[in-house]
Design a protein around this ligand. Structure first.
Ligand SMILES: [Zn+2]
Length: 508
């Protein structure tokens, strides 16, 4: 028997505000000594008062708007009480029943994944455990970092879709420029809730998975509990951890064993999830309204201002690039994967449009030939360079204008593709004008017919055997002769013209 797989995600993202959530401590603890970006507020000293970070609230609402959420016009913070060494107050300030955003959605390959809520809370400190040591050290630099939590409805169908959701969400956070959302650095943390149910034995109603069928005696068939998987720190791990859980739970159910409602951690080395603790219910946290922070009233004006701040988001950009520039979806996915690369590409494309305008090449405009050539070079050669140098688009030495000019040189057959690669390499290393680099390196394509005719004639004279074969109908000999001409001209001859010349002169 196969079971229905039910997956919901909880994703935490650290917001990159200047200061922390409830105090003025620096929110940037990278490369800082432990416990140096702390103050009495984020250390939870008695008598201190938290003051909410407006930027963090704005950004959470902005995320809500980007994901088509409704925004609670009256929102508030609540205390979530639990004891943990890296939580100095003994509670975390979070949001319980009035999150900033709720009822949103994100489209994944045409399927709508509903978002239950997005709320704002504070991060905890870090516990540092050392191998073979009987103590733990605490670093509170992270305590009080604004943390935004997104919760999806349990509607994700498999591991691949969960991974795509995380990727798409990360992209949105980066487009909004509110979080670096690097999973390896813990700036984005993903938890998956997974349960397996008997087909026909459950239904999804108002956000809940409910038991459906009744036994003869009127007793509901019990649902299998969900298992929460934490410590997932890469997109690959999202997929692997979920697939592992599906296999593990299927195996247990088939053997007639019970599934425990528990929290498990993904162990990268074991390639398995391991039990961490039995699940607490939300009642255990004894939530109550944070008495030190008044409720938030989110006004119409405030919302309108944030609406105006929304940039073009990845999905819209993707659609526009495909329609406007007639590019292939696979190509566009690479380009829009990085907001800066997308902006840079757009600059190149607008330079090319200006060039078409000035040169009146209507055919090229209609078929977007230049845009296609540019996109191929950006996602091919340029992307390869960026990756191998681990470089950001912002640090590129060449300008979009110069790159556009290179594309024009290629498009006009002034250089061939191997010369294009050489010029791009030079531009990548030290910038510069591609036409000048072409002249300096002597890479200009030879397309002077009279000159090429001399070379072609000389190759024909030197290869009587092949010429005879060609005249007997062995037309693929042409490629051999073309190669000879290209070698003679050190690769600079325009192959199109040479081919035409060869055909014309051999026909005599
Ligand atoms: Zn502080």
């Amino acid at each position: 028997m196969t079971y229905d797989v039910i997956i919901g995600l909880e994703i935490h993202a650290e917001l990159k505000t200047k200061s922390k959530m409830f105090c003025s401590c620096s929110n940037d603890a990278e490369n800082k000594a432990p416990n140096t970006t702390v103050c009495p507020v984020c250390l939870g000293h008695p008598g201190t008062l938290p003051v909410p970070n407006k930027q963090a609230i704005d950004w959470t609402i902005l995320t809500g708007l980007a994901l088509h959420c409704r925004i609670n016009r009256l929102s508030k913070f609540d205390r979530k009480n639990y004891f943990y060494p890296d939580l100095p107050k003994g509670y975390q300030i979070s949001q319980y029943d009035l999150p900033l955003a709720y009822n949103g959605r994100l489209d994944i390959d045409g399927r709508e994944i509903q978002i239950t809520r997005i709320h704002l809370e504070e991060d905890t400190g870090k516990s540092l455990h050392f191998k073979d040591q009987d103590y733990t050290l605490l670093d509170f630099n992270r305590a009080g970092t604004p943390l935004m939590e997104l919760v999806t409805e349990p509607v994700i169908k498999d591991a691949a879709e969960a991974k795509k959701f995380c990727t798409a969400y990360q992209q949105i956070l980066r487009y909004l420029e509110i979080s670096n959302a690097d999973m390896e650095k813990g700036e984005m943390r993903c938890e998956a809730n997974i349960s397996l149910q008997t087909p026909g034995g459950w239904e999804y109603k108002q956000g809940q998975i409910l038991a459906k069928k009744k036994w003869l005696l009127g007793v509901k068939r019990p649902l299998n509990p969900k298992v929460e998987v934490k410590n997932i720190n890469s997109f690959r791990a999202v997929e692997k951890a979920i697939n592992f859980e599906i296999a593990r739970q299927t195996d247990r159910l088939k053997k007639g064993e019970k599934i425990l409602a528990e929290t498990r951690g993904w162990d990268e080395n074991k390639n398995a999830t391991v039990s961490q603790r039995l699940k607490e219910s939300s009642a255990d946290y004894r939530y109550f309204p944070e008495p030190d922070i008044p409720p938030l009233e989110i006004t119409e004006d405030w919302l309108n201002r944030l609406h105006a701040d929304l940039p073009e988001l990845p999905a819209a950009k993707r659609r526009r690039f495909i329609q406007e520039y007639q590019l292939k979806p696979e190509t566009v996915d690479i380009i829009i994967g990085d907001k800066a690369l997308a902006a840079w590409t757009e600059k190149v494309l607008s330079e090319l449009d200006a060039w078409i305008e000035a040169n009146g090449d209507q055919a090229a405009r209609q078929e977007r030939r230049l845009a296609k050539t540019a996109a191929n070079w950006i996602t091919g050669e340029l992307y390869k360079h960026l990756n191998s140098h681990k470089q950001k688009v912002a640090d590129l030495k060449m300008t979009a204008e110069n790159f556009a000019e290179l594309v024009c040189l290629i498009y006009q057959d002034k250089i061939n593709s191997s010369a294009g690669q050489t010029i791009l390499e030079t531009m990548y290393d030290k910038g510069g004008d591609p036409s000048q680099i072409m002249i300096d390196l002597g890479l200009e394509q030879m397309d002077n017919e009279a000159e090429l005719e001399k070379t072609v004639q000389h190759i024909i004279n030197d290869n009587p055997q092949q010429v005879a074969q060609y005249k007997k109908g062995k037309t693929n000999v042409l490629q051999f002769l073309l190669g000879k001409v290209m070698a003679e001209t050190k690769g600079k001859a325009n192959p199109k013209i040479v081919k035409e010349l060869l055909e014309k002169m051999l026909a005599k």
